[in-house]
Design a protein around this ligand. Sequence first.
Ligand SMILES: O=P(O)(O)OC[C@@H](O)[C@@H](O)c1c[nH]c2ccccc12
Length: 257
Amino acid sequence: MGNILTKIIDEKEIEVARLKETGLKGEALQVTRPSLVEQLRTAASMSVIAEIKRASPSKGEINLDVNPVEQALTYERNGATAISVLTDEKFFKGRIEDLQQVSQHVAIPRLCKDFMVDEIQIDRAYESGATVILLIVAALSQERLQALYTYAKQKGLDVLTEVHDEEELERALAIDAEIIGINNRNLKTFEVDLAVTERLASRLDSNRHLIISESGIKTVADVERVKKAGARGILVGETLMQAADLPETLKQFQLTL
Ligand SMILES: O=P(O)(O)OC[C@@H](O)[C@@H](O)c1c[nH]c2ccccc12
């Protein structure tokens, strides 16, 4: 306890209370909503979920001046499977408006990357054009995990269920999660190790579960490594936000499966 994840979750509870007071728009953006599951299942090459990430608690500033729409369009043009938009303001310097704008400009799936603790955040993500939400197993009781998962699926959203160790993986399997994100970064200590993907993916049937390796992917060798472990997709933020040649880097990561 006393780690960054607990701190973020405490902050989210406050944000949710505020959100409930203000209320939502009550109308969703009229945008196409392609299925990420479908894309992952049929892809012949490594799927890249490319992230819009200005800053993070572990790295500080990453790219504060980014234009989210321009960045998302570059991702889409160069073969990204989906766009991940960090919408947390306090710790990641994102905003929900980034997701709204990106959703109006790209046709590929959009992941609302935030710390979901309440249904109202899922409603807001949907209104803002998301097609996928993230659920972090470490941040939720089993009961809340199940409830939020069911709620999101009922709205037609895909769910990326994030795990970091064996116990969390068991909990993800218990709710029958289909897309499993293995986070190489420990959200409590910030330590990054691609061996986490290797260890946890070896416990999964990669035909049944869609495995996404998340965080710390920097080189084509890293992509090779998680591909060998059974990943169908990778979630990449920092490396793409800081790439000297973004189109080239992004294309290189799309290894044939
Ligand atoms: O910038 P990286 O190391 O490529 O990581 C991207 C993504 O995996 C990371 O942003 C992330 C994974 N899970 C999260 C949960 C909350 C916030 C952020 C994350």
